[in-house]
Design a binder for this molecule. Structure first.
Ligand code: HEC
Length: 177
């Protein structure tokens, strides 16, 4: 028992010493090992699921989704998450972890699953994700706008450039719905 503790402490000291020498490469261009990536993904997904599952999804107005949701998305999110028909930005190209491209995702048809992931989208948009480029929008936006953005992110799944431009165009020309 005693020698086990001494060995563990010695190992810990060696690790601290090595890290102190700058052994770990923090570069965004240096990818994680597959196992590290699996662990991070597992921790992130469990963390978000637990915190999102008891949220109450309010009734989200169609006009709010298309005006508030789309307008905020177009103004604040496309630099990282891109948009249908738009060229990848230089900023998005250099991100690690990469921001997901929502319009390349398959539309969710199952109502239960959609509800579940709307809550998770809401939670992430409101709170952000630590040690990634994903900011928290909660400090600057009310819940109503964030629900509209979460719902719009769903609308983006599978959206093409014509549909996207039509929605953001309408926003620019004074909300004629
Ligand atoms: C500066 C870059 C950046 C901006 C701006 C940004 N995001 Fe993100 N976002 C990220 C990154 C990077 C991730 C992935 C983090 C990870 O892998 O853990 C992410 C993750 C997410 C997720 C979780 C994705 C999933 O797989 O469930 C959602 C939802 C999201 N962002 C929505 C938004 C919305 C909506 C906006 C605009 C209001 C926005 N983001 C603005 C970088 C950004």
């Amino acid at each position: 028992m005693k020698s086990f503790i001494i060995l563990s402490l010695a190992a810990l000291l060696i690790i601290i010493f090595t890290l102190n020498l700058g052994a770990y490469n923090m570069a965004a261009t240096e990818k994680h090992w597959a196992i590290t990536e699996k662990i991070i993904t597992w921790v992130r997904e469990s963390s978000i699921e637990v915190r999102a599952k008891d949220l109450e999804v309010p009734t989200i107005d169609e006009t709010d989704i298309l005006l508030i949701g789309a307008e905020h998305y177009n103004a604040m999110c496309t630099i990282c998450h891109l948009a249908p028909g738009r060229k990848p930005t230089e900023l998005a190209t250099g991100l690690y972890p990469q921001a997901p491209v929502f319009h390349e995702r398959t539309p969710v048809t199952d109502a239960e699953e959609k509800l579940h992931s709307t809550k998770e989208y809401f939670w992430v948009i409101k709170n952000g994700i630590k040690m990634t480029a994903m900011p928290a929008w909660g400090p600057t936006h009310d819940d109503e706008s964030i629900w509209a953005m979460a719902a719009f992110v769903h609308r983006l799944h599978g959206m093409n450039d014509k549909q996207y431009e039509a929605i953001v165009e309408t926003d620019h020309h004074g909300h004629h719905h």
